[in-house]
Design a protein around this ligand. Structure first.
Ligand code: PLP
Length: 456
């Protein structure tokens, strides 16, 4: 029977599968949610027990076109039957990867020149750092290799990408960050280091800190600065007004590359195609993943600028092949999923939807809980929105990390809505499929209100 099968699956799960980002002993003793998800349609997913959830976080802000799109599933299936795989080494090509590269470059800012496909956001960031190092080595500046990122950033879980991530839990007990990976303050006013700072003073502080770090370390040692145009996992925090223009000015003055990590912001989540366009960044590298295929298949990319590409081109004439390749780089099934996804983003006007319904979502959440005494902020851009809870917002007093945030998220799940408790805070995050409707948003807001009043 189903119950028997469920018990068997749960036991097999405990006995065989080591889960990512999971409390291992809680999972073993059955106190993680441990849901086995079996289906998805639109913004809804269902589990083996027959429960349905409105997924207001698009899994991990990746299923941007929504679940159950036959256009994407069919594209993968047709490609698998035609050619499931051939490698892209030594210049070999496959049709979907070439077509998708063209579609990506048509959408990227004009000064970007090529895209290198990988599998995950983490490996794309490893590629970015390796290519940035390679660029400086080819320019005769091998000592220019340090990387600056921000606290509360998330750039992945690899050794290099995990070093750039600025969340303590991803460093502790892993010998991270590696040498030469530095972090500046998180650009979020609520998290200003001094309560009495004005917003203008806070912005000055961030820029002064960056410049001081560069001068202390020596500009000749700094290779790149990496940032999410609007921070995601650290708490869905849009940057302060004017932040990126001033960061860019500092970087340009010291010949430091900018890596825009667009894994979350890419392909429409902010309401623009890329966060770089939304906030006027001029990156040398852009990291893409998640929305590229709506996670129907794994695929990521590193988009590189013309000036970086020119040096790589010259280098290959002098030194030979680029010795950096994953077996699955430019995998045709991921690429087929990417083409179908980007077509849907256009055909369903998902950028406009992210813009319009993002504003609607933010307002609906404000209407639902904005007047609650523990709500410090309802913030966001496009369809990435967060509600942050504090013990006493006026006194700038925080709750202990990961207390009420997870409780509210769990209460919402009991009400049938998935919203994510973001790490190291009390932040409930919303990043639904870009196809979400206003009626569905009303359900999300209602659940947030009920859950907030249940917990607080
Ligand atoms: N960069 C950002 C901004 C992300 O949000 C993530 C994942 O959430 C990554 C990189 C890492 O991507 P992946 O989990 O596919 O390795």
């Amino acid at each position: 029977t189903d119950t028997l099968l469920n018990d068997t699956l749960a036991a097999w799960d405990r006995d065989n599968l080591l889960h990512p980002t999971t409390h291992t002993s809680n999972h073993a003793n059955g106190t993680t949610p441990g849901r086995i998800i079996t289906g998805g349609k639109g913004v809804y997913v269902s589990d083996r027990d027959g429960n349905q959830f409105l997924d207001a976080f698009a899994a991990l802000y990746c299923v941007n076109v929504g679940y159950g799109r036959t256009e994407v599933a069919d594209a993968i299936s047709e490609q698998a039957q035609k050619l499931s795989y051939f490698h892209a080494f030594a210049g070999h090509g496959n049709e979907p990867a070439i077509k998708l590269a063209k579609m990506v470059m048509d959408r990227a800012p004009d000064h970007m020149a090529r895209v290198y496909f990988g599998l995950s956001g983490s490996d794309a960031n490893e590629t970015n750092v390796k290519l940035a190092w390679h660029y400086n080595i080819l320019r005769g500046k091998p000592e220019k290799r340090k990387i600056i990122s921000r606290w509360r950033a998330y750039h992945g879980s690899g050794l290099v990408s995990g070093s750039m991530t600025g969340l303590a839990a991803y460093h502790a007990r892993f010998h991270l960050p590696l040498d030469g990976f530095l972090h500046t303050h998180c650009p979020h006013y609520l998290r200003r280091p001094d309560r009495d700072m004005t917003e203008a003073q806070h912005l000055d502080f961030l820029i002064t800190e960056l410049e001081a770090m560069i001068m202390d370390e020596g500009p000749e040692t700094i290779c790149a600065f990496i940032g999410e145009p609007a921070m995601g996992t650290g708490g869905l925090m849009p940057p302060p007004d004017g932040y990126w223009a001033r960061v860019q000015e500092v970087l340009d003055r010291h010949d430091i590359l900018l890596i825009a990590d667009e894994v979350v912001t890419g392909f429409g989540r902010t309401g623009s195609m890329f966060g770089s366009q939304h906030y006027g960044l001029r990156p040398d590298f852009m990291t893409i993943a998640k929305g590229l295929t709506s996670a129907y298949a794994p695929l990521s990319g590193s988009i590189i600028s013309q000036r970086v590409f020119d040096v790589l081109m010259q280098g290959s004439e002098d030194f030979g092949a680029l010795a950096h390749g994953w077996t699955y780089s430019a995998h045709p099934l991921g690429a087929a999923a990417g083409i179908a996804t980007l077509d849907l983003v256009d055909n369903l006007s998902l950028l406009e939807n992210a813009r319009d319904n993002g504003a609607y979502l933010q307002q609906a959440l404000k209407d639902a809980v904005g007047d609650h005494p523990n709500v410090a902020e309802v913030r966001g851009v496009g369809l990435m929105v967060a509600v942050e809870f504090m013990k006493d917002p006026a006194a700038h007093e925080w709750f202990a990390p990961m207390t009420v945030g997870p409780q509210i998220s769990e209460a919402m799940t009991r009400l049938g809505v998935i919203a994510r408790a973001m790490p190291e805070g009390n932040i409930v995050g919303f990043a639904p499929p870009l196809s979400i409707t206003r009626d569905e948003i009303d359900i999300v807001a209602k659940a947030l209100r009920a859950a907030t009043h249940e917990v607080l």
